[in-house]
Write a protein that binds this ligand. Sequence first.
Ligand code: ADP
Ligand code: MG
Length: 263
Amino acid sequence: MSTLKISGLRAAVSGKEILKGIDVEIKAGEVHAVMGPNGAGKSTLSHVVMGKPGYEVLGGSVTLDGTELLDLPTWERSQAGLFLAMQYPTEVPGVSLIDVLSSSLAAVEGDGDDLARRLRDEADRIGFDHQFLSRPLNVDLSGGEKKRNETVQLGILEPKFAVLDELDSGLDVDALRLVARRVEAATEESGLGVLVITHYSRLLSELKPDRVHVLAQGRFVASGGPELADELEVSGYGAYVDEGPETEPAATVAGDPFADPLA
Ligand code: ADP
Ligand code: MG
């Protein structure tokens, strides 16, 4: 059974330590959700795991079935079975989705036969119009269309582990349900392991997490079962973040939120 193991991962960007020791072990077929306030380092975690340039790894390891991924360039991490759906997918003018996928499949000696038909089938599973399949990758696609584009790639490439950074952002409720179901199906059909970053428990009603982690101040400050996501949606992150000016007003806003605070 495949395992993605992140141990003591510390990383900085622009000289500032963002990740201060992340530990998590994801087994094939498991879904781990990461939630946390804006700026906590969720996307940084996804980028460091995939090897996006611009980050300095200060310590720790990320292994896939015992192979150290941090020593590998991004394309070899991908070849090893890792997939990242970025929060802001990159636009690639002049390169179509089918070009990307046929090259990717060739690089893993995957089955490139009948790719056009499989692409259409994947698109149909998530209600994605076929016209987008021949467009340059992500160019002029809406936020939600880009997320569906990423989901189609996930379906075709069949990685061992996927990091999904706000895959739900920009998706309408119907698309959200279809995309979440598609990923959940991959966990059951091919044993995909998932690290899904999200702000909303709605995504997690279809893509059922085994564990939910709260990332704040560079660490997982709480971990629990699916019920933690529901609790967070109600109570927010106040209990997990440093006391500061941004967290104080909530306690004082009683009654009329538009009342003159100086009155
Ligand atoms: P999240 O995804 O949890 O909202 P990010 O991982 O995107 O947070 O960002 C974590 C912190 O790192 C933020 O304070 C952000 O401003 C900072 N950061 C991210 N990228 C850079 C960069 N290239 N240069 C400087 N700071 C950055
Ligand atoms: Mg982010």
